[in-house]
Design a protein around this ligand. Structure first.
Ligand code: FES
Length: 123
């Protein structure tokens, strides 16, 4: 079923407002979970609040080039908070505010993976 045109227009306008087509990196953070498994709900929300406020302070979201999304669960469910940065498909564990700061500075701004906290492809 296709949505009515007025809703599609509404979605287009919001997407333009958010400058979604300019996004170069998008970080998803597991927090505020329905069933908190990778970390406590409080720890996830603390990291989310930090991420959101730092991206605003650094004016990294103003032009849409960096986006952030609160994810309910990223299915890893251990050693959280878990984050993933796309389109790089780089996954991180233990994303406390300190590690979020490293990810912002080193990965989102500098383009370098924070290897110490990366969930690598091999054990
Ligand atoms: S609860 Fe955080 S990844 Fe599943």
């Amino acid at each position: 079923m296709k949505n009515p045109d007025f809703l599609i227009d509404k979605a287009r306008k919001k997407a333009l407002d958010l400058q979604v087509h300019a996004t170069k990196k998008h970080i998803f953070l597991c927090c505020d979970q329905t069933n908190a498994k990778c970390c406590s709900k409080e720890a996830g929300l603390e990291s989310w609040d930090y991420l959101k406020s730092r991206l605003q302070e650094l004016e990294l979201t103003n032009d849409g080039t960096i986006a952030r999304t609160k994810a309910n669960c990223l299915r890893v469910c251990a050693a959280g908070p878990i984050a993933v940065v796309h389109p790089d498909n780089v996954w991180y564990h233990s994303c406390s505010p300190d590690i979020i700061e490293q990810i912002i500075q080193q990965h989102l701004i500098g383009g370098q993976i924070v290897e110490e906290f990366q969930l690598k492809e091999t054990l």
